[in-house]
Design a protein around this ligand. Structure first.
Ligand code: ZN
Ligand code: ZN
Ligand code: ZN
Length: 368
């Protein structure tokens, strides 16, 4: 018997369910399902539902045509796979899986389950009381295990290698969309299994934080915000650097220096017990002092793991204390509409005595 094995996520979910008096978790396709079972289900109009019981057996209900994929996922031993044919009632399989729960069970339903499924479940289980599964799964998913951190570290190193290739792609006259296609290829080349997003914001387009790519052609004197991410071994990467084609325009260098200081200050604020909002404030206060308070128009960061954006959010009003194993972005930006934008983004993990960066590239603007 292997005694050093990490407790299964299902086992840990059970502890959270008992603490909240939840009889069952009902989880559809998405990150919670992958977290609990390793199964990467397709979001279909047919019901796929994991039923995790506080007491009793766990069941994964899938459409018959998905059975082979679910088996190939290597489900945990304690999950029984049940498939439902095209003309059978999948909600009868759910009530079967819940046989023996109390008359008016408390059911925690996955936050991303489509309304069409939730409404049908509520009709099939009229006496149940409903809450969100994230009350239980967020506590687990926010604090990464050593295995998850290792996966995030590999993803971070891979996206860093993509950034190292970008100077060769940025030439005056090339369209953002062309550059973006090359970057997407490089994301796959460097080991990701999928490309999640590619932002190439050149010149004034950089002032729109989520600008993706477009027909605009790079010009000499353009700052270019490049924010890219993919998935590697199930875990996400996400890293931003700002490049400059030729010489930077007036005002760029001073703003970028302030931004580097703000990003470093936010990272330096990270340690166990510090509130998430204090990390946001560390970046925001410095940018405000330097005169860019109005130009920093979004939160400082977001958690990252199986999803690109997940808890914890590094934002004013979030007094959640940081804890060892939490992973999130630190990505302050300065956006000057009609002129240009800039952002620096690294993923950090909270350690016993502070933080570790999972992106290690230099943070100065890269002049090409
Ligand atoms: Zn974003
Ligand atoms: Zn990003
Ligand atoms: Zn991000």
């Amino acid at each position: 018997m292997i005694v050093t094995m990490e407790q299964s996520t299902l086992h840990r979910a059970r502890a959270g369910m008992r603490a909240r008096d939840v009889d069952a978790l009902l989880v559809g396709p998405g990150a919670d399902l992958r977290y609990l079972t390793g199964y990467h289900a397709l979001p279909l109009e047919r019901l796929t539902l994991l039923v995790v019981r506080a007491e009793g057996p766990h069941t994964l209900i899938v459409p018959t045509l998905e059975r082979a994929r679910a088996e190939a996922a290597g489900l945990p031993d304690e999950v029984t796979l049940v498939d439902v044919g095209e003309t059978d009632d999948p909600y009868a399989a759910v009530t079967d899986a819940l046989r023996g729960v109390r008359a008016s069970p408390r059911l925690a339903v996955g936050d991303r389950l489509w309304a069409t499924f939730l409404l049908a479940l509520q009709a099939a289980l009229p006496d149940a009381r409903w809450l969100r599964a994230s009350h239980i799964t967020r506590e687990l998913r926010m604090r990464k295990t050593a295995r998850e951190i290792a996966a995030l570290r590999r993803a971070g190193a891979a996206i860093d290698r993509v950034h190292e290739r970008i100077p060769d792609l940025l030439r005056p006259g090339r369209a953002e969309a062309e550059v973006g296609r090359d970057i997407a290829d490089a994301i796959l080349d460097e080991g990701h299994e999928s490309v999640n997003f590619v932002i190439v914001g050149s010149g004034p387009n950089g002032a729109s934080p989520h600008h993706e790519t477009g027909p605009r052609r790079l010009e000499r004197g353009d700052p270019v915000v490049i924010d890219i991410g993919g998935t590697l071994d199930g875990y996400c990467s996400d890293c931003t650097r700002t490049y400059v084609v030729g010489a930077a325009p007036g005002g760029f260098d001073a703003a970028h220096t302030a931004l580097e200081r703000a990003q470093a200050a936010a990272c330096a604020a990270v340690r166990p017990g510090v509130a998430a909002e204090a990390v946001d404030a560390a970046a925001r206060d410095l940018l405000a002092e330097a005169g860019y308070g109005e130009a920093f128009i979004h939160r400082t960061g977001h958690g990252i793991g199986l999803e690109e954006h997940e808890e914890p959010y590094i934002v004013a009003g979030n007094d959640l204390p940081l804890a060892v194993g939490m992973t999130f972005s630190i990505e302050p930006g300065v956006y000057l509409p009609g002129r240009f934008g800039m952002r620096i983004e690294d993923i950090v993990v909270v350690t016993e005595d502070g933080y570790e960066r999972l992106n290690t590239l230099d943070r100065a603007p890269v002049v090409v």
